[in-house]
Design a binder for this molecule. Structure first.
Ligand SMILES: NC(=O)c1ccc[n+]([C@@H]2O[C@H](COP(=O)([O-])OP(=O)(O)OC[C@H]3O[C@@H](n4cnc5c(N)ncnc54)[C@H](OP(=O)(O)O)[C@@H]3O)[C@@H](O)[C@H]2O)c1
Length: 295
């Protein structure tokens, strides 16, 4: 093990935490691991990791401590045990939390860290465990920028690093927004497959049409983004009025073909509202504004 690489502790050795710990080991860092169920340390110890008996012991071993538990409630509970174990346990440490959560949870954990003398960085992993340390993995970070700069080269062992800002909630916000786009696409694609399957058209055959179509539509997203940022939604391409006129056909076809319409009915309601509020000449980018909750 090269002595010049800084040590890292990884707490939480589920599928993702184990992949992170393995990546740090492979990059040559001394790695201390801890998991609630100790058996999961076995494969990593076989790769050279040091097992810690307690979470506090794992935190004590390294200046950089990575958490990857199931939820931020789990992280909050675990944090709360650390000062009990040793009042100085977290002082001066950089706590990097890569657990999926909300911006508000990240800010709450950052407040806890600040109160206990630790540096806090929140992160959102844009990869599945098999992608960790591969060319397409990246992690969004936010929070303590100085701590991030200090540890960035170590963090790069698991994937590309993308800084989103000093508000600790920003990594979670970007993470959830990216996944929101993904889930919207998944729901639309599943609805499309369900529709063609009512006529026994193989999904595999239909996907040959669907994939390039979705790709071509997605290529228009930067134009929507410009309209959203500038507030100029007027379009001569595909107006709210044109979409509003066509949309009842979708709901009728779902009903006629025997496909549930629940997922798409809210879209009809948004188009109705856009028409009522006088946005008929706008492009679909107007929807992003209409989705903002109003006080
Ligand atoms: N898997 C993915 O594709 C993926 C992708 C991006 C982000 N993530 C995020 O990464 C995080 C971990 O995911 P995962 O796939 O590794 O999940 P996982 O395999 O289910 O592992 C969950 C981990 O959390 C620990 N844990 C659960 N409750 C705990 C508690 N009360 N106290 C202490 N430890 C507790 C588990 O410990 P035990 O072993 O003792 O149960 C285990 O180490 C999640 O927030 C997930 O959303 C996952």
């Amino acid at each position: 093990m090269p002595a010049n690489k800084p040590p890292v502790s990884v707490l939480g050795l589920g599928m993702m935490g184990s992949a992170l710990a393995a990546a740090f080991l492979k990059a040559g860092h001394p790695v201390t691991v801890w998991n609630r169920s100790p058996a999961k340390t076995g494969p990593l110890v076989a790769q050279g990791a040091l097992p810690a008996k307690t979470a506090a012991e794992a935190v004590a071993e390294s200046p950089l401590v990575v958490f990857c538990l199931l939820t931020n409630d789990n992280v909050r509970e675990l944090f709360a045990t650390l000062p009990d174990a040793d009042a100085e346990a977290v002082v001066g440490k950089t706590l990097v939390n890569l657990t999926n959560g909300t911006p508000a949870q990240a800010r709450d954990l950052a407040d806890w860290a600040a109160e206990h003398g630790a540096h806090y960085i929140d992160g959102g992993i844009m990869a599945v465990p098999q992608m960790i340390a591969g060319p397409h993995a990246y992690v969004l970070y936010s929070g303590d920028e100085q701590a991030y700069e200090t540890h960035r080269s170590t963090l790069a062992a698991v994937g590309d690093t993308k800084w989103t800002g000093t508000d600790p909630g920003l990594a979670a916000l970007h993470d959830l927004a990216l996944l929101t786009g993904m889930y919207g696409m998944v729901l639309g694609v599943m609805q499309a497959f369900a529709l063609v399957r009512t006529e026994n058209i193989p999904a595999t055959e239909f996907s040959e049409l669907l994939v390039p179509w979705i790709g071509a539509m997605l290529a228009g997203a930067p134009e929507w983004a410009e309209a959203i940022d500038s507030g100029r939604h007027l379009t001569d391409v595909s107006s709210i009025a044109v979409n509003h006129a066509a949309f009842p056909n979708f709901l009728a076809a779902f009903r006629d073909q025997g496909v549930r319409a629940d997922l798409f009915e809210p879209f009809q309601a948004i188009l109705d509202r856009a028409m009522t509020e006088g946005y008929e000449a706008d492009g679909l980018s107007r929807i992003a504004d209409l989705l903002r909750a109003r006080s």
